[in-house]
Ligand binder design. Structure first.
Ligand SMILES: Nc1ncnc2c1ncn2[C@@H]1O[C@H](COP(=O)(O)OP(=O)(O)OP(=O)(O)O)[C@@H](O)[C@H]1O
Length: 784
C-alpha cells in the first residue's frame, strides 16, 4: 500500500492516537509508581513506629508478633504492587514504538457491524477502560488472525465458539510510532513481511515471531488439549520458535495458576540457553526454567561420578574406529532401549526379595550397625511395601538406633574431653538453656551436673549430625555395588535380544563403575536404577515440560523423564533427520511415529530459515526429502569446492570467509565434523583473522567468524555456513548423513562446502543443477 493513500493516512492517525494513549497511561503509571515507592520508603523508615512492641507478658509477646507480621505484610503488599506497576510500564514502553502488527476486521454472525481488531504483543484499553485499542496476540479472538484468510472464520472462547466473516486482514511494520509498511494479506500471513524478516542478518539472540506466526505453528502454540504433543518439524520450520511462543501463550492463558517456574525446557546445549533467552522477555514474560539433560543428570550424580557428556560420546562415535568401537556402539544402542529398562525393572523386582547391598554405619571408626543388620531389618519389613517406602522405614529405624547409641556414648571419656574443647559460645548457650529450664534452682551442684550433661549431649549430637543427615539421605544403600551386581549376574546370561558382545559390555560397565565413571549411555539407566530403589520424588511443581531436539533422547531417557514429571504435560519437538546420536541408529527415536503413549502429533514441513536453493540442496540427500518444502526466498546456489590439498583448502577457506564478510554477512560459521578438526581449523584461522571457537563450554553466542563442530551447532543459525571438509572420508555413514544435513541447514543465506578429495556420497546424491561445483587444483587457478 502507498503512503500517499488516504487509508495509510487514517491508519497513521490511529497509530498516533494509540501512542498518545500509551503515553498518557505511562504518565499516570509513573505517578502511581512514584507514590507507591514513597509509601514503601516511608513504611520501611517508620516500620517500628507503627508496631506495638510489648514483651512483658506472654500475651503481649503474641500481640507484638502479630503486629510485626501485619506490618511486614503491608510492606510486601506495597512492594508487590510496585513490581506490578513497573511491569505494566515496561509493557507500555514496548508498545510505544510499535503498538501493533496486525488487524482483522471481523463481523460476528448476528451483528451488522464489522469490528476492527488490532493485534499487538499486549492488550491496551482506551482512556475509559471500555474498548480494546489493542488485543493481545494470545487473546482468543486474535487466533483468527493466524488461522484464517479473509472469508468465513471462527474462534473458540473459553466456553463458546464464535463464527463470522473476516472482511480484512492487514499487516503493519511500525517503528517509532510511524508506519513503515502496510500490507493487506490473503491466504498466509504476509509473504512480504516474512520475506523481510527472514532476509535479515542472523542474530546472536533468537527473535519472537508473533507478527508472522504461521497457521500450522499456531496449532502448536495454542494447543491445550494434549497431554503429550509431539512435533516433527523439518530443519528451520520454527519448532523452537513455536515452543517459546507456546510458553508465552500458556503463561497468558493460565495466568491464574501457572508461572514461569512451573515450566521447564530441556535444550540441546548451554549455548542454546543464551540464544533463546531474550524471546520471552521481549514478549513481556519471564523465562521458564531451562536446563540441558546433561546438567540435570550431573546435578543428581555429579558428586559421586565423573559423567561423560553426550558430546564426548559423540566424539567417540565419530572417530569411527578402535578396538572396542563396535562393542561400545552396541552398548550405546542397547542401553538406550526400553528392553534395558525392562531388564533393570526385573532386577529391581528381584531386589525386593534379596540382593540389595547396604553400607555399614560407622562412627569414629567403630561399626555401629553392620550392613548385614541393615539388610536383615530391610528384608524383615512387610514386602507389600515398595522398596523406597521400606528404605524410609529403615532410615527411621536407624535414627532410632542412633538415639539409643547417643545416650550410651555420652558417658564415654572422649566426650568429656571434648566438652573441654567447646567454645565459649557453646558454654554460654548451655548456661542460658539451663537458666531458662531451671530458673529457680538454687542447688549449685545440681546445676553443675545438669550443665555438664547438656554439654556432653551437645558434643555427641554435633558429632552425630552429619551421620544422621546421611541416613536421612539414604546413603546406607550401596547403589553402585547393587547396580554392579546386575552386570556381574548378567554377564552369565546369553538371552535373545541382548547384544552379541554382552559379556564384554558387562565387564566394561563394571570396570567403569569401579572407577566411578559413568559413560553417557550409562548415566540415565544408573539414575533410573537409583531412583527405583530410593524413590523418584517426582517434581510436581512442574506443569509443562518442553523437550527441544527430542530426536536426540533415547526411549529410555524419555521414559525416565516421564517418571520424573508424572503430572506434567509434555511438548516434544524435533526432527528425525537431525538425529545424530549413536543410539538413534538402531533404536526408534521419539519422533519416528511409533510412540506408544497417547499423543497428538503435528508435522511441520516448511522450512523458513534457509533460502530456497539451500533447502532444495539439503533436502535432496535426505530420505523423504520431497516432503520438505522451502519458503520462497531466493538466494545463491550452494557451492562445492573440491580441492586436492589441505593447504589449498585452508587458503580457499580464508578467501571465502573474507568474501562473505565483504558481502556484509555478520555471522559466518565454519562447521567441522569433530572437536579435533575444529581446533585444528581454529588454530590455523585465528593467526590470520579474528575468529572464535565454540565448544561445549561456550555459553554465549557472538557475531563474527565462528568455528564449531556440527553437533554443537544444533538449534542455532548463521548468515553463512562453510562446511570445512565435506569429503567422502568425512561424511559417509548413515548418521553422518544427518550430521551433514544438520550442518547445511544452519545456513540462512549462503552455503559453501569444501571437499578435500572426492565429495561426500550425500552430495553425489544431489542433482547437479542444485549446486555449483568447482575443482580447485592450485590457489590461483580454478576450473569449473
Ligand atoms: N512464522 C515465522 N515468522 C518469522 N520467522 C520464522 C517463523 N518461523 C520460523 N522462523 C524463523 O526461522 C528460523 C528457524 O526457526 P527455529 O530455529 O525455530 O526452527 P527449528 O525448527 O527449531 O530449527 P532446527 O530444527 O533446524 O534447529 C528462525 O530464524 C526463526 O525466527
Amino acid at each position: 500500500m502507498d503512503p500517499n493513500d488516504k487509508e495509510w493516512a487514517d491508519e497513521q492517525k490511529r497509530v498516533h492516537m494509540v501512542v498518545n494513549e500509551i503515553k498518557n497511561k505511562m504518565i499516570k503509571l509513573r505517578e502511581r509508581a512514584g507514590q507507591i515507592k514513597d509509601r514503601v520508603i516511608d513504611i520501611r523508615k517508620n516500620f517500628w513506629e507503627d508496631v506495638t512492641v510489648n514483651l512483658d507478658e506472654p500475651d503481649d509477646v503474641i500481640e507484638t508478633q502479630a503486629s510485626i507480621k501485619q506490618q511486614a505484610e503491608f510492606l510486601s503488599e506495597r512492594e508487590r504492587s510496585h513490581g506490578q506497576v513497573s511491569e505494566q510500564l515496561k509493557t507500555l514502553e514496548r508498545l510505544e514504538s510499535s503498538p501493533y502488527f496486525g488487524r482483522i476486521d471481523f463481523s460476528e454472525d448476528g451483528f451488522d457491524e464489522s469490528e476492527p481488531i488490532y493485534i499487538g504483543i499486549s492488550s491496551l484499553m482506551d482512556e475509559n477502560d471500555e474498548d480494546f485499542l489493542i488485543y493481545d496476540w494470545r487473546a482468543p479472538i486474535s487466533s483468527l488472525y493466524y488461522d484464517y484468510p479473509p472469508g468465513r472464520a471462527k474462534y473458540e472462547t473459553v466456553d463458546d465458539e464464535i463464527e463470522g466473516e473476516i472482511t480484512l486482514k492487514r499487516q503493519y511494520i511500525i517503528r517509532d510510532a510511524n508506519i513503515k509498511g502496510m500490507f493487506d494479506t490473503g491466504l498466509t500471513i504476509g509473504d512480504h513481511l516474512l520475506q523481510a524478516v527472514l532476509g535479515n542478518n542472523a542474530d546472536t539472540q533468537m527473535k519472537s515471531i508473533v507478527a508472522t506466526i504461521q497457521r500450522e505453528q499456531n496449532q502448536i502454540i495454542r494447543n491445550e488439549k494434549s497431554d503429550l504433543l509431539i512435533v516433527q518439524g523439518v530443519a528451520g520450520s520454527g519448532k523452537t520458535s513455536a515452543a517459546l511462543q507456546r510458553v508465552a501463550y500458556l503463561l497468558y492463558r493460565y495466568r491464574e495458576n501457572l508461572s514461569s517456574d512451573n515450566i521447564i525446557l530441556f535444550s540441546p546445549n548451554p549455548l542454546f540457553n543464551s540464544y533463546v533467552a531474550t524471546v520471552l522477555p521481549e514478549l513481556g514474560e519471564e523465562n521458564m526454567k531451562q536446563t540441558t539433560f546433561y546438567d540435570y543428570i550431573d546435578n543428581e550424580l555429579g558428586k559421586r561420578f565423573t559423567i561423560e557428556s553426550p558430546f564426548e560420546q559423540m566424539e567417540f562415535y565419530l572417530k569411527g574406529h578402535g578396538d572396542t568401537y563396535e562393542e561400545r556402539v552396541q552398548s550405546i544402542s542397547y542401553k538406550a532401549s526400553i528392553d534395558f529398562k525392562h531388564l533393570i525393572d526385573q532386577f529391581v523386582m528381584e531386589l525386593a526379595n534379596s540382593g540389595i547391598k547396604f553400607r555399614n554405619i560407622t562412627f569414629r571408626g567403630k561399626r555401629l550397625i553392620t550392613k548385614e543388620q541393615i539388610a536383615s531389618y530391610f528384608y524383615s519389613l512387610d514386602d507389600s511395601m515398595n522398596i523406597p517406602n521400606r528404605m524410609e522405614a529403615v532410615a527411621k529405624w536407624l535414627l532410632r538406633q542412633l538415639k539409643e547409641f547417643e545416650l550410651q556414648e555420652m558417658e564415654k571419656d572422649w566426650v568429656i574431653e571434648e566438652t573441654e574443647l567447646l567454645g565459649k559460645d557453646e558454654y554460654l548457650d548451655v548456661h542460658q538453656q539451663l537458666e531458662e529450664e531451671n530458673k529457680f534452682s538454687e542447688d549449685t551442684f545440681d546445676d553443675y551436673l545438669r550443665e555438664e550433661y547438656l554439654l556432653r549431649k551437645r558434643v555427641v549430637s554435633n558429632k552425630l549430625k552429619p551421620l544422621k543427615q546421611k541416613i536421612k539421605r539414604l546413603f546406607f544403600v550401596d547403589i553402585k555395588k547393587t547396580y554392579t551386581a546386575l552386570f556381574r549376574k548378567q554377564r552369565l546370561t546369553n538371552k535373545n535380544g541382548l547384544p552379541s558382545n554382552w559379556k564384554s559390555i558387562c565387564n566394561h560397565t563394571i570396570s567403569n563403575l569401579d572407577d566411578k565413571y559413568l559413560t553417557w549411555e550409562d548415566a540415565t539407566p544408573y539414575l533410573y536404577f537409583k531412583k527405583s530403589l530410593l524413590g523418584f520424588m517426582s517434581n510436581r511443581n512442574i506443569q509443562h515440560v518442553f523437550i527441544d531436539e527430542a530426536q536426540d533422547y533415547s526411549p529410555f531417557q524419555f521414559a525416565f523423564l516421564k517418571k520424573m514429571f508424572p503430572s506434567s504435560r509434555m511438548t516434544l519437538l524435533g526432527d528425525i533427520n537431525q538425529a545424530i546420536y549413536a543410539h538413534a541408529l538402531h533404536e526408534e527415536t521419539l519422533l519416528s511415529g511409533k510412540m506408544k503413549e497417547k499423543h497428538e502429533a503435528i508435522t511441520l514441513t516448511r522450512s523458513y530459515r534457509s533460502t530456497m536453493p539451500i533447502v532444495e540442496f539439503s533436502k535432496s540427500f535426505m530420505p523423504n526429502g520431497d516432503l520438505i518444502e522451502a519458503f520462497n526466498r531466493d538466494g545463491d546456489k550452494p557451492v562445492l569446492m573440491e580441492v586436492d590439498h589441505a593447504e589449498i583448502l585452508n587458503e580457499k577457506l580464508l578467501q571465502q570467509v573474507k568474501d562473505y564478510q565483504s558481502m556484509g554477512h555478520e555471522t559466518i560459521a565454519v562447521i567441522c565434523k569433530t572437536m579435533q578438526e575444529s581446533q585444528v581449523v581454529y588454530h590455523w584461522l585465528r593467526t590470520r583473522m579474528e575468529a572464535k571457537m565454540m565448544d561445549a563450554s561456550t555459553h554465549t553466542f557472538h557475531k563474527g567468524v565462528i568455528v564449531i563442530p556440527a553437533y554443537l551447532a544444533k538449534g542455532i543459525e548463521f548468515d553463512t555456513v562453510i562446511v570445512y571438509n565435506a569429503s567422502k572420508t568425512q561424511y559417509n555413514k548413515e548418521l553422518e548423513r544427518n550430521l551433514f544435513y544438520t550442518a547445511c541447514t544452519r545456513a540462512m543465506h549462503q552455503l559453501c562446502m569444501f571437499s578435500l578429495g572426492e565429495p561426500s556420497t550425500f552430495i553425489e546424491e544431489v542433482p547437479r543443477d542444485k549446486y555449483a561445483h568447482y575443482k580447485v587444483h592450485a590457489i590461483q587457478k580454478s576450473s569449473r
